[in-house]
Ligand binder design. Structure first.
Ligand code: AMP
Ligand code: GLY
Length: 445
């Protein structure tokens, strides 16, 4: 086991701390989670493996986040009170199960429950049993089945890899040949490869997170993500190029209705099966003309939605996650939300999402921070000179709050102007339509 990364640190002693939290992951999402946890009094954080931005605010430990034995050993070494698992890969690898078996409180579902994200077919089956509204779908293991399904549903075609693909395994296209090519690629990608082909859902998308202890689920505030790489939703799908919250255009009672019709039935059904879901259930929803439909579930915080959701949270995150991990959510006071709006814009590396170019030196982060922005790091690495460089597709998440979306987005974009790296690209229309609708709403009142 590799210990060098953390054995150098002095162990946390018996000091005035209420809680020590280990956050697993290394993206902008984890950077935001760590920064938000650290706002709670008496909370200390260690993050593994972290990134250079996280290392500025918390201890980092160089363990493999997907290796259960390494993570358990780290959690024991530090005698942590809680482990928060950020990405899907450790969940699907069973890191949560190994921690629980070792008697450590974990925020993050078991391997079986995480299959709500890892297997589209499993998610559909649970949704059906729970009576949760979603797109009609077919599970296909041969190209003939796929071709038939494409013709049944018609264009636009929605073709999804039945496995983890970090949001990139989905093709939505009007081109039947392209749809069929993707279906074939999914089927051929590995032994047991399969593809899910489904009905196209029209209407705006919303991400709603629910925090669950296995029986109770507490909704967070909704956010909207921008999946396509280019302005006006052009170009290929990405992990997410920006997000904002709140949604001035969302239907009234949206959160209450989705909680009642989607989140609670899923938690109930998972519990009934003897595989309770403890952690963050992320519903990707489409608001269609015939009502809200689930596009997909994820078993973890979304990235970049987390950056804006947490920017608006006005209750202690550590208490929420601890209550979920220890089965005590029903006793938690109602969550409070700031009236401020939040916008996050992702700065991506040249070539993202197809083949990101790594190594560009990033300048201007401190200047952007001095403007009051949160600069969350994702694909970054310090080079031998100590400079921060681009080391992944999505490099930075620039997050700003303001009195409304118009204010938050102008602050975020002002921050973007101060940060530079070769080949950098970002969308210029994050939260634009919503900010315009906000102005119109304001005019009407
Ligand atoms: P997923 O990985 O399932 O979230 O899909 C990624 C993106 O593909 C979603 O955010 C949607 O923009 C789009 N998508 C997925 N399923 C559908 C569908 N049934 N109808 C329309 N768009 C979809
Ligand atoms: N932003 C979508 C996701 O985290 O999958």
């Amino acid at each position: 086991m590799r210990r060098s990364g953390f054995s150098l640190f002095k162990p946390f002693g018996n000091r005035l701390r209420k809680v020590l939290i280990l956050v697993i992951g290394q993206g902008a999402r984890e950077h935001a989670i760590v920064a938000t946890l650290l706002k709670d009094s008496g909370v200390e954080v260690v993050c593994a493996p972290g990134n250079p931005g996280i290392a500025e605010i918390a201890r980092v430990a160089h363990v493999n986040p997907n290796n259960s034995a390494e993570v358990v050993a780290l959690a024991k070494d530090f005698n942590v009170d809680l482990v928060v698992i950020g990405p899907e890969a450790p969940l699907v690898a069973g890191v949560g199960d190994a921690l629980r078996e070792a008697g450590i409180a974990v925020f993050g579902p078991s391997k079986v429950a995480a299959a709500l994200e890892g297997s589209k077919a499993f998610a559909k089956e649970v949704m059906e049993a729970a009576g949760v509204p979603t797109a009609a779908a077919r599970y296909c293991v041969t190209v003939e089945q796929a071709a038939e399904a494409l013709d049944t549903f018609g264009a636009p075609y929605v073709v999804k890899d039945d496995g983890l693909a970090a949001g990139k395994g989905v093709v939505v296209t009007n081109d039947r040949a392209e749809a069929l090519r993707h279906a074939l690629a999914c089927i051929d990608s590995r032994d047991g490869g399969a593809v899910v082909i489904e009905e196209y859902l029209d209407g705006p998308e919303v991400s709603l997170f629910g925090v669950s202890d296995g029986t109770t689920i507490v909704p967070l505030t909704p956010a909207q993500d921008f999946k396509r790489v280019g302005d006006n939703d052009e170009g290929p799908n990405t992990g997410g190029m920006g997000a904002y919250s709140p949604l001035p255009w969302a239907p009234e009672n949206f959160v209450a209705e989705v909680t009642k019709n989607v989140l609670q039935p899923m938690i109930y059904e998972m519990n009934r099966r003897g595989t309770p879901f403890v952690g963050l259930l992320f519903a990707g929803l489409a608001i269609t003309s015939s009502g809200v439909r689930v596009i997909e579930f994820n078993a973890r915080f979304g990235d970049p939605e987390t950056q804006v959701v947490l920017a608006r949270l006005d209750s202690p995150l550590s208490e929420l996650l601890m209550a979920a991990a220890t089965g005590k959510l029903s006793g938690l006071p109602e969550l409070k939300w700031k009236s401020e709006s939040a916008v996050t814009v992702v700065m991506a590396a040249d070539g993202y999402p197809d083949s990101p170019v790594l190594g560009a030196v990033i300048s201007g982060i401190p200047a952007a921070q001095a403007q009051g922005l949160s600069v969350y790091q994702a694909g970054t690495k310090a080079n031998e000179l100590g400079e921060i460089t681009a080391n992944g597709g999505r490099v930075l998440s620039i997050t700003a709050t303001g009195k409304d979306l118009t204010g938050a987005r102008s602050k975020a974009y002002a921050g973007i102007e101060t940060i530079e790296f070769d080949g950098e690209h970002h969308r210029s229309d994050i939260a634009l339509k919503a900010a315009l609708s906000e102005i119109r709403l304001g005019d009407d009142s």
